[in-house]
Design a protein around this ligand. Structure first.
Ligand code: MIG
Length: 653
């Protein structure tokens, strides 16, 4: 059951799309402190708190404070409070009935989940304006489904987007892209996508091309498509200020950029240098910006990724001037340590400054709204602009779209990737733990940068990470500038890496089928053990194993030099130890604890009793997967019992 309670005068986020009956009386469970602008609720000893989508730390969010404040945060350590997204949905379960809360407010809100006091959940608001949806039920997963019904169906990408993609910041020109395609081809590793990072553009101007680096782009797109590789360009939120640049000139003329309170230009610096930010909260501006994707669609592009849409700000013109001004005070003076710290703080504080976010305004259906009040729905509306445009520009065929910043509601328009992780072992685990939380909030097409974005990757890390990403709907290897090359063919054990990517392709019929069932049924594809086995105390506390679809549990190895790991089986399962799609052994394991061996070239999959795992023959791209020749691994079941969802993989549904 869901009821809606409204506190204050919340700005509509349009994340909920189905009418929800208003609750009677005051908001249940919580006590409201108007002076402190907070809500608090007691947590029972055995209660767990799951949710909040893409955040740091484990699946059970108890014991930390999380702040919904979309931030370009390249450090995903456990001391962080905010990442790129705000997904304010939590479930509390473990003692009696399950409770769910969706705190729908586009401004800053913090979730102190037993951080100040172990037995208290406290939600603090920047402004006490929110629609609060209260859910009650018996079972966490069915509550998720109920929640998902009111927020609308998850984004469905084309099936080819379930292939493997290679990315790097940046492949600088067409020949570098060709070299990547050649590298994969020579190694015989399947590949469906190569991503273009910001350098494909002319001076980082959205919807333009660097003609020198990518001459005759349209021909290049089709050349790659003949090799079954789709190019996926990035689009950034900021629009470069440059006379004669059409997107800028048009946006300016139509008044589609955000402005300061007095109506003057808000100017900030991001990759292109000085930029203006489109007002994605203005429906007309959304339509206008969305239509611009056509420039690339017309050249044969079928997918995009939206970046820097928190929006990330390196510095604003005003703040920079203010800091220069302040700096002049220091000149010629002897700096003591306190002054030195002040000065450094000012300089570091230029990026993503709260002061900047308070200094520009939106036009929401004719009402002026200060940015900080709606900060967390900016990226959502950029991706919505794209999604709405794709429905107009490509009414029949699906377009690939995923975004860095998000808010619940954006899950209808695109997926997400989890941003700038590091080539760290702990980030394999983080990647795993973020997936079910994202699924809870409707984000089904998601994944992390496989191999890690920042820092240098090692072969074994890439191998283990690839073994995890085989199961994530978005499967992309991506790395930052100045890091060690991590395309799979760069390593010595190419043969093993190839086998795992081939295994991914062999599993696509299953992964796609399970993804689609989750999307069409408002369900989860990645399910925490705590949801699947809520009565099993051990399962409820297991956070490094998850179910992927109805048939299997995965338990990735995420420590260096390990040759196996402990797993907990909440029921009897069949271990499948894969070395390749056609090279695996099977072993029946009983419910309970096991140490299971897994050499670097071995991947552990656990098949649930009464279930079936379909496998296709290895294919070199998604298009070539042969659905007619599926084989099946089963455990006390027969192949006929698996309901395989199929469609043409590209028509919108
Ligand atoms: O400030 O476009 O998260 O994936 O490669 C960095 C360059 C901007 C951040 C994205 C990353 C991308 C990078 N971008």
């Amino acid at each position: 059951m869901i009821r809606k309670y409204t506190i204050g005068h919340p700005i509509a986020t349009e994340s909920v799309v189905v009418p929800v009956p208003a609750g009677e009386g005051p908001l249940p469970y919580f006590s409201l402190d108007e002076a402190e602008k907070s809500l608090s609720l007691g947590l029972g000893d055995n209660e767990l708190v799951y949710g909040l989508g893409e955040t740091v730390r484990g699946m059970n969010k108890r014991g930390w404070e999380y702040i919904s404040n979309n931030t370009d945060e390249p450090h995903h350590q456990e001391d962080r409070r905010s990442l790129y997204a705000s997904q304010n949905f939590i479930l509390i379960f473990g003692e009696g009935r399950v409770k769910g809360f969706y705190i729908d407010t586009p401004g800053r809100v913090s979730f102190d989940i037993g951080y100040s006091h172990g037995d208290e959940l406290k939600i603090r608001f920047a402004e006490l304006d929110a629609d609060i949806y209260v859910l009650e039920g018996e079972n966490p997963r069915s509550l998720v489904r109920e929640f998902r019904k009111i927020t609308g169906r998850s984004y469905i990408p084309p099936r080819w987007a379930f292939g493997f993609g290679q990315s790097r910041w940046s492949y600088m020109n067409a020949d570098e892209v060709r070299a990547v395609a050649d590298g994969y081809e020579k190694a015989g590793i399947p590949l469906d996508m190569i991503y273009l990072d910001i350098d494909y553009m002319d001076h980082y101007k959205d919807f333009t091309l660097n003609e020198e680096a990518f001459p005759d782009f349209e021909a290049f797109v089709s050349e790659m498509k003949q090799r079954h590789i789709r190019l996926i360009p990035i689009i950034d939120a900021g629009v470069k200020i440059e006379e004669g640049y059409e997107v800028y000139e048009e946006g300016l003329e139509k008044g589609y950029f955000v402005t300061k309170e007095d109506g003057s230009d808000f100017v900030a610096a991001v990759w292109p240098g000085w930029v203006r930010f489109p007002d994605f909260l203005n429906a007309d501006a959304r339509r206008w910006f969305g239509d611009k994707y056509r420039l690339l669609l017309d050249k044969g592009i079928e997918g995009f990724w939206n970046d820097m849409n928190e929006p990330a700000i390196f510095f604003s013109q005003d703040r920079l001037n203010a800091v220069f001004e302040a700096l002049s005070d220091y000149k010629g003076k002897n700096l003591d340590l306190a002054k030195y710290n002040e000065l450094m703080g000012m300089i570091w504080g230029l990026g993503n400054s709260p002061e900047d976010y308070r200094s520009f305004w939106h036009n929401m259906n004719g009402t002026r709204v200060r940015h900080d009040r709606v900060h967390n729905i900016y990226g959502y509306n950029m991706t919505r602009a794209a999604g709405e445009a794709f429905e107009r520009l490509s009414p029949d065929r699906r377009i690939l779209m995923f975004s860095r910043s998000s808010y619940i509601g954006m899950h209808r328009s695109g997926g997400v990737w989890t941003g700038d992780n590091c080539s760290w072992w702990s980030h394999i685990l983080l990647n795993l733990q973020q997936m079910p939380a994202l699924n809870m909030c409707g984000f089904l097409y998601c994944g992390g940068d496989t191999g890690g974005f920042n820092c240098d990757a090692t072969e074994d890390l890439v191998m283990r990470w690839t073994q995890l990403s085989i199961f994530t709907p978005l499967f992309r290897n991506h790395a930052a500038m100045n890091t060690r090359r991590q395309e799979l063919y760069q390593f010595d054990r190419i043969a093993d890496l190839k086998k795992f990517v081939e295994l991914r392709y062999a599993l696509i019929p299953y992964i796609y089928s399970e993804f689609m069932k989750a999307a069409l049924g408002d369900d989860m594809y990645f399910v925490p053990l705590a949801f699947a086995y809520p009565e099993d105390e051990r399962a409820v506390r297991t956070e490094d194993q998850i179910l992927a679809g109805e048939s299997i549990m995965i338990a990735p190895v995420y420590t260096q030099n390990a040759r196996g790991r402990y797993v907990y089986l909440p029921e009897d399962m069949k271990l499948i130890r894969f070395r390749a799609a056609d090279d695996y052994d099977e072993e029946l394991l009983e419910k309970g604890d096991h140490y299971v061996k897994a050499e670097l070239n071995e991947l552990l999959v656990f098949l649930l009793r009464g279930h079936v795992l379909p496998l296709a023959k290895p294919a070199s791209c998604v298009e070539e997967i042969d659905y007619a020749s599926l084989t099946y691994i089963s455990y006390d079941s027969d192949p006929g019992q698996y309901e395989l969802y199929t469609d043409d993989g590209e028509t919108r549904i």
